[in-house]
Design a binder for this molecule. Structure first.
Ligand code: SAM
Length: 263
Protein backbone atom coordinates (compact mmCIF):
# COMPACT_ATOMS: atom_id res chain seq x y z
CA UNK A 1 0.00 0.00 0.00
CA UNK A 2 1.23 3.49 -0.86
CA UNK A 3 0.76 6.09 1.82
CA UNK A 4 0.02 9.70 0.75
CA UNK A 5 2.38 11.91 2.68
CA UNK A 6 4.18 15.23 2.43
CA UNK A 7 7.77 14.04 2.24
CA UNK A 8 8.89 17.06 4.31
CA UNK A 9 7.00 15.40 7.18
CA UNK A 10 9.69 12.69 7.08
CA UNK A 11 12.90 14.78 7.07
CA UNK A 12 15.22 11.84 7.66
CA UNK A 13 14.23 10.15 4.38
CA UNK A 14 14.44 13.46 2.51
CA UNK A 15 17.88 14.01 3.99
CA UNK A 16 19.17 10.55 3.10
CA UNK A 17 18.11 10.86 -0.53
CA UNK A 18 19.40 14.42 -0.99
CA UNK A 19 22.69 14.20 0.85
CA UNK A 20 25.01 12.90 -1.87
CA UNK A 21 25.99 16.31 -3.28
CA UNK A 22 26.15 18.26 -0.03
CA UNK A 23 29.92 18.66 0.21
CA UNK A 24 30.17 19.39 -3.54
CA UNK A 25 27.52 22.10 -3.21
CA UNK A 26 29.29 23.57 -0.16
CA UNK A 27 32.61 23.71 -2.03
CA UNK A 28 30.88 25.26 -5.06
CA UNK A 29 29.24 27.99 -2.94
CA UNK A 30 32.66 28.89 -1.57
CA UNK A 31 34.17 28.90 -5.10
CA UNK A 32 31.36 31.17 -6.32
CA UNK A 33 31.86 33.50 -3.36
CA UNK A 34 35.62 33.65 -3.96
CA UNK A 35 35.14 34.41 -7.66
CA UNK A 36 32.10 36.72 -7.66
CA UNK A 37 31.64 37.87 -4.06
CA UNK A 38 32.52 41.18 -2.42
CA UNK A 39 35.85 40.01 -0.99
CA UNK A 40 36.73 40.55 2.67
CA UNK A 41 36.65 38.09 5.51
CA UNK A 42 33.03 38.36 6.58
CA UNK A 43 31.10 35.09 6.23
CA UNK A 44 27.44 35.74 7.01
CA UNK A 45 25.19 33.28 5.21
CA UNK A 46 21.44 32.96 4.69
CA UNK A 47 19.62 29.91 3.31
CA UNK A 48 15.95 30.49 2.48
CA UNK A 49 14.04 27.16 2.55
CA UNK A 50 16.91 25.45 4.38
CA UNK A 51 14.96 22.21 4.87
CA UNK A 52 16.71 19.51 6.86
CA UNK A 53 19.74 21.75 7.36
CA UNK A 54 22.19 19.62 5.38
CA UNK A 55 23.76 22.74 3.83
CA UNK A 56 23.38 24.82 6.99
CA UNK A 57 25.61 22.31 8.77
CA UNK A 58 27.98 21.95 5.81
CA UNK A 59 28.51 25.72 5.61
CA UNK A 60 28.79 26.11 9.40
CA UNK A 61 31.54 23.50 9.34
CA UNK A 62 33.25 25.53 6.63
CA UNK A 63 33.34 28.52 8.98
CA UNK A 64 30.22 30.40 7.86
CA UNK A 65 27.87 32.05 10.36
CA UNK A 66 24.79 30.36 9.01
CA UNK A 67 21.15 31.41 9.24
CA UNK A 68 18.23 29.70 7.60
CA UNK A 69 14.47 29.44 7.61
CA UNK A 70 11.90 27.05 6.27
CA UNK A 71 8.13 26.73 6.09
CA UNK A 72 8.14 23.18 7.49
CA UNK A 73 8.39 22.86 11.30
CA UNK A 74 9.41 19.21 10.97
CA UNK A 75 12.29 19.98 8.64
CA UNK A 76 13.41 22.73 11.03
CA UNK A 77 13.26 20.45 14.05
CA UNK A 78 15.43 17.94 12.19
CA UNK A 79 17.86 20.74 11.22
CA UNK A 80 18.08 21.98 14.82
CA UNK A 81 18.76 18.49 16.15
CA UNK A 82 21.44 17.77 13.58
CA UNK A 83 23.25 21.03 14.42
CA UNK A 84 23.01 20.30 18.14
CA UNK A 85 24.33 16.75 17.64
CA UNK A 86 27.22 18.13 15.59
CA UNK A 87 27.99 20.75 18.27
CA UNK A 88 27.47 23.58 15.75
CA UNK A 89 25.37 26.75 15.96
CA UNK A 90 23.10 28.43 13.43
CA UNK A 91 20.12 30.78 13.61
CA UNK A 92 17.04 28.89 12.33
CA UNK A 93 13.43 30.00 12.27
CA UNK A 94 10.12 29.13 10.67
CA UNK A 95 9.19 31.45 7.81
CA UNK A 96 8.16 31.70 4.16
CA UNK A 97 10.38 32.60 1.22
CA UNK A 98 7.90 35.15 -0.12
CA UNK A 99 7.35 37.05 3.13
CA UNK A 100 10.20 36.27 5.52
CA UNK A 101 11.40 38.66 8.23
CA UNK A 102 14.82 38.42 9.84
CA UNK A 103 14.71 37.77 13.61
CA UNK A 104 17.15 40.66 14.00
CA UNK A 105 18.41 43.25 11.49
CA UNK A 106 21.38 41.78 9.68
CA UNK A 107 23.12 41.91 6.30
CA UNK A 108 24.50 38.80 4.64
CA UNK A 109 27.46 38.21 2.33
CA UNK A 110 25.94 35.18 0.66
CA UNK A 111 22.48 33.67 0.31
CA UNK A 112 21.61 30.52 -1.58
CA UNK A 113 18.62 28.44 -2.55
CA UNK A 114 19.52 25.33 -4.54
CA UNK A 115 17.70 22.21 -5.83
CA UNK A 116 14.75 24.16 -7.32
CA UNK A 117 13.16 25.08 -3.95
CA UNK A 118 12.46 28.52 -5.44
CA UNK A 119 9.95 26.87 -7.81
CA UNK A 120 7.64 26.20 -4.87
CA UNK A 121 6.73 29.88 -5.17
CA UNK A 122 3.72 29.50 -7.42
CA UNK A 123 3.18 33.05 -8.64
CA UNK A 124 5.37 35.70 -10.23
CA UNK A 125 4.38 38.00 -7.37
CA UNK A 126 5.71 35.62 -4.72
CA UNK A 127 8.86 34.87 -6.72
CA UNK A 128 9.64 38.58 -7.15
CA UNK A 129 8.80 39.22 -3.48
CA UNK A 130 11.30 36.56 -2.44
CA UNK A 131 14.04 38.03 -4.65
CA UNK A 132 13.37 41.54 -3.30
CA UNK A 133 13.49 40.34 0.30
CA UNK A 134 16.75 38.48 -0.27
CA UNK A 135 18.20 41.57 -2.02
CA UNK A 136 17.20 43.74 0.93
CA UNK A 137 19.20 41.64 3.38
CA UNK A 138 22.37 41.28 1.30
CA UNK A 139 25.38 43.56 1.70
CA UNK A 140 26.29 45.61 -1.37
CA UNK A 141 28.13 43.18 -3.65
CA UNK A 142 26.68 40.19 -1.74
CA UNK A 143 25.50 37.18 -3.72
CA UNK A 144 22.31 35.17 -4.07
CA UNK A 145 23.02 31.77 -5.65
CA UNK A 146 19.82 30.31 -7.05
CA UNK A 147 19.57 26.80 -8.55
CA UNK A 148 16.53 25.98 -10.71
CA UNK A 149 15.53 23.38 -13.24
CA UNK A 150 14.34 25.21 -16.39
CA UNK A 151 11.39 23.92 -18.41
CA UNK A 152 11.22 22.95 -22.06
CA UNK A 153 7.57 23.64 -22.99
CA UNK A 154 7.91 21.67 -26.23
CA UNK A 155 8.50 18.46 -24.26
CA UNK A 156 5.28 16.45 -24.26
CA UNK A 157 6.54 13.30 -22.52
CA UNK A 158 6.58 12.57 -18.85
CA UNK A 159 10.05 12.60 -17.25
CA UNK A 160 11.20 9.99 -14.82
CA UNK A 161 14.16 10.03 -12.46
CA UNK A 162 15.18 7.28 -10.06
CA UNK A 163 17.97 7.24 -7.53
CA UNK A 164 18.73 5.56 -4.25
CA UNK A 165 20.74 6.15 -1.11
CA UNK A 166 21.43 4.46 2.20
CA UNK A 167 22.38 5.60 5.70
CA UNK A 168 22.69 3.64 8.94
CA UNK A 169 20.92 0.63 7.41
CA UNK A 170 17.99 2.71 6.11
CA UNK A 171 17.56 2.32 2.35
CA UNK A 172 15.59 4.89 0.35
CA UNK A 173 14.70 4.61 -3.34
CA UNK A 174 13.27 7.78 -4.87
CA UNK A 175 11.17 7.75 -8.05
CA UNK A 176 10.13 11.12 -9.39
CA UNK A 177 7.70 11.64 -12.26
CA UNK A 178 7.27 15.07 -13.80
CA UNK A 179 4.38 15.69 -16.20
CA UNK A 180 4.64 18.10 -19.11
CA UNK A 181 4.37 21.71 -17.95
CA UNK A 182 1.30 23.74 -18.80
CA UNK A 183 2.55 26.85 -20.63
CA UNK A 184 -0.64 28.78 -19.72
CA UNK A 185 -0.65 28.24 -15.96
CA UNK A 186 3.14 27.76 -15.82
CA UNK A 187 2.70 24.86 -13.42
CA UNK A 188 4.13 21.36 -13.67
CA UNK A 189 2.88 18.38 -11.70
CA UNK A 190 5.31 16.14 -9.89
CA UNK A 191 4.91 12.87 -8.04
CA UNK A 192 7.60 11.57 -5.75
CA UNK A 193 7.51 8.01 -4.46
CA UNK A 194 9.88 6.96 -1.74
CA UNK A 195 10.38 3.25 -1.07
CA UNK A 196 11.88 3.01 2.39
CA UNK A 197 13.40 -0.04 3.99
CA UNK A 198 13.89 0.66 7.68
CA UNK A 199 14.29 -1.85 10.53
CA UNK A 200 13.40 -4.79 8.28
CA UNK A 201 10.15 -3.23 7.05
CA UNK A 202 9.54 -1.75 3.60
CA UNK A 203 6.89 0.85 2.86
CA UNK A 204 6.14 3.34 0.12
CA UNK A 205 5.06 6.92 0.52
CA UNK A 206 3.95 9.29 -2.20
CA UNK A 207 3.82 13.06 -2.46
CA UNK A 208 2.03 14.93 -5.25
CA UNK A 209 2.89 18.57 -5.78
CA UNK A 210 3.45 21.23 -8.35
CA UNK A 211 6.19 23.66 -9.29
CA UNK A 212 6.08 26.99 -11.05
CA UNK A 213 7.94 26.73 -14.35
CA UNK A 214 10.48 28.98 -16.06
CA UNK A 215 12.24 28.89 -19.36
CA UNK A 216 15.27 31.14 -19.84
CA UNK A 217 13.21 34.10 -21.14
CA UNK A 218 10.74 33.82 -18.24
CA UNK A 219 13.59 33.75 -15.76
CA UNK A 220 15.14 36.83 -17.37
CA UNK A 221 11.76 38.58 -17.24
CA UNK A 222 11.48 37.82 -13.52
CA UNK A 223 15.01 39.09 -12.87
CA UNK A 224 14.23 42.36 -14.66
CA UNK A 225 11.58 43.02 -11.98
CA UNK A 226 14.26 43.06 -9.28
CA UNK A 227 17.05 45.32 -10.56
CA UNK A 228 18.75 45.29 -7.14
CA UNK A 229 20.00 41.82 -8.13
CA UNK A 230 22.10 41.57 -11.27
CA UNK A 231 22.91 38.30 -13.01
CA UNK A 232 26.69 37.99 -13.08
CA UNK A 233 27.20 34.35 -14.12
CA UNK A 234 25.50 30.99 -14.56
CA UNK A 235 26.66 27.46 -13.83
CA UNK A 236 24.89 24.13 -13.83
CA UNK A 237 24.17 21.29 -11.40
CA UNK A 238 27.63 19.80 -11.96
CA UNK A 239 28.76 22.68 -9.69
CA UNK A 240 31.97 23.26 -11.64
CA UNK A 241 33.25 26.83 -11.26
CA UNK A 242 35.41 26.33 -14.37
CA UNK A 243 32.36 25.63 -16.56
CA UNK A 244 30.17 28.73 -16.75
CA UNK A 245 26.93 28.48 -18.74
CA UNK A 246 24.69 30.95 -20.52
CA UNK A 247 21.15 31.55 -19.36
CA UNK A 248 19.44 30.09 -22.41
CA UNK A 249 17.31 27.04 -23.13
CA UNK A 250 20.19 24.78 -24.14
CA UNK A 251 20.60 23.47 -20.62
CA UNK A 252 17.93 22.67 -18.01
CA UNK A 253 19.70 22.63 -14.65
CA UNK A 254 20.95 26.14 -14.11
CA UNK A 255 22.56 27.92 -11.18
CA UNK A 256 22.23 31.72 -11.32
CA UNK A 257 24.71 33.94 -9.52
CA UNK A 258 22.93 37.19 -8.64
CA UNK A 259 24.82 40.12 -7.16
CA UNK A 260 23.31 42.86 -4.99
CA UNK A 261 23.94 46.28 -6.48
CA UNK A 262 26.56 48.44 -4.79
CA UNK A 263 24.63 51.81 -4.99
C1 SAM B 1 13.92 20.53 -1.85
S1 SAM B 1 13.85 21.07 -0.15
C2 SAM B 1 15.40 21.93 -0.09
C3 SAM B 1 15.95 22.06 1.29
C4 SAM B 1 17.38 22.58 1.36
N1 SAM B 1 17.51 23.90 0.79
C5 SAM B 1 18.33 21.63 0.67
O1 SAM B 1 19.05 22.07 -0.25
O2 SAM B 1 18.36 20.46 1.05
C6 SAM B 1 12.66 22.33 -0.24
C7 SAM B 1 12.31 23.00 1.09
O3 SAM B 1 11.52 24.14 0.80
C8 SAM B 1 10.57 24.31 1.85
N2 SAM B 1 9.54 25.21 1.31
C9 SAM B 1 8.68 24.99 0.29
N3 SAM B 1 7.99 26.11 0.03
C10 SAM B 1 8.43 27.05 0.90
C11 SAM B 1 8.14 28.43 1.10
N4 SAM B 1 7.24 29.06 0.34
N5 SAM B 1 8.80 29.09 2.07
C12 SAM B 1 9.71 28.46 2.86
N6 SAM B 1 10.03 27.15 2.70
C13 SAM B 1 9.41 26.47 1.72
C14 SAM B 1 10.14 22.90 2.18
O4 SAM B 1 9.57 22.83 3.47
C15 SAM B 1 11.48 22.15 2.04
O5 SAM B 1 12.12 22.08 3.29
Amino acid sequence: MTEQRDWYDTPLYYDIIFDADTSKEGAFLEDVFARHGPGGRSRQLLEPACGSGRLVLEMARRGWKASGFDGSPRMLEFARNRLKNAGMKARLWEDWMQSFELPKPQLFDLAHCLVSSFKYLQSERDAAACLRRVASCLKPGGLFVLGVHLTDYTRAAEEHERWKAERDGIRVVCNTHTWAADPQTRLEKLRTRLRITHAGRTHTQETNWQFRTYNAAQMRALLRKVPALQLVECYDFTYDIHEPRRLDDSYADIVLVLRKDTD
